[in-house]
Design a protein around this ligand. Structure first.
Ligand SMILES: CC(C)(COP(=O)(O)OP(=O)(O)OC[C@H]1O[C@@H](n2cnc3c(N)ncnc32)[C@H](O)[C@@H]1OP(=O)(O)O)[C@@H](O)C(=O)NCCC(=O)NCCS
Length: 207
């Protein structure tokens, strides 16, 4: 173990506590736990006001370059492929610059990168993924406002519920999604060992 690993361990313990440290250690060893959050669309979808004025709209394939400026870690090719697959992206712009985005799918629970395959969605459900807000405008309610726009859109399409996945230690994500009405519905657990994956049966969480 080198110094930087020790300091990372110490920082995690100090900032997030023993529970989070333990989960991250298991994650590094190949055992991963994810929270499956769910939000029924039968419940009212209340406004989530933002502390920064933003305009929320769909990203179009012509805007991919703007998206790459917002997320330099994304590749234009991958984003275009996502569109071709049928995924949709809502963006929040402040003074014409994208400051936040969320993606959505009506096809599957996207887990190809982590689990090697996608999981099926229940009938009438949709999946939200890859929420991201620029670091300098986090904490201003942008991600919840995007979720609300996505949820209202789904309701208009006669969907019954929305789901998403997050790691248990992503407190900012849990808080943000809770504002839009998402609650932990189940725990997804799997083991990765090289190319081998095993998905445990879903653990339902009592409402
Ligand atoms: C998770 C994320 C999308 C939330 O976006 P957001 O627009 O900041 O959402 P909110 O304004 O509701 O803030 C959520 C929480 O972030 C935390 N937060 C507040 N200010 C923050 C800041 N300056 N920097 C980081 N986090 C902050 C708070 O815990 C806040 O909850 P609270 O308002 O109840 O105190 C954003 O933190 C992000 O892009 N993180 C990196 C990518 C990621 O983890 N995506 C989630 C995938 S499930």
């Amino acid at each position: 173990m080198n110094d930087s690993l020790w300091s990372r361990v110490w920082r995690t313990l100090q900032d997030e506590g023993l529970g989070s440290f333990w989960l991250k250690s298991l994650d590094a060893l190949g055992y991963r736990r994810l929270y499956l959050l769910r939000r029924s669309l039968a419940e009212p979808i209340l406004d989530c006001p933002t502390m920064l004025p933003v305009a929320i709209d769909w990203l179009t394939i012509e805007d991919v370059q703007d998206y790459i400026v917002f997320r330099p870690d994304a590749s234009g090719h991958d984003v275009t492929q996502q569109f071709l697959k049928g995924d949709r992206c809502l963006v929040a712009r402040h003074e014409d610059r994208i400051v936040g985005a969320i993606w959505g799918s009506s096809e599957s629970i996207h887990m190809k990168r982590s689990l090697g395959r996608d999981l099926p969605l229940a009938a009438g459900e949709a999946f939200q993924f890859d929420a991201y807000t620029l670091p300098e405008v986090r904490g201003m309610g942008i991600a919840p406002a995007l979720s609300v726009a996505w949820l209202r859109h789904l309701r208009d399409e006669a969907c019954v519920a929305a789901t998403l996945l997050t790691v248990p230690w992503n407190v900012a994500a849990l808080r943000s999604h809770a504002k839009a009405g998402y609650r932990v519905a189940a725990v997804v657990r799997y083991v990765r060992l090289g190319p081998w994956r095993y998905l445990f049966p879903l653990q339902q969480v009592a409402p």
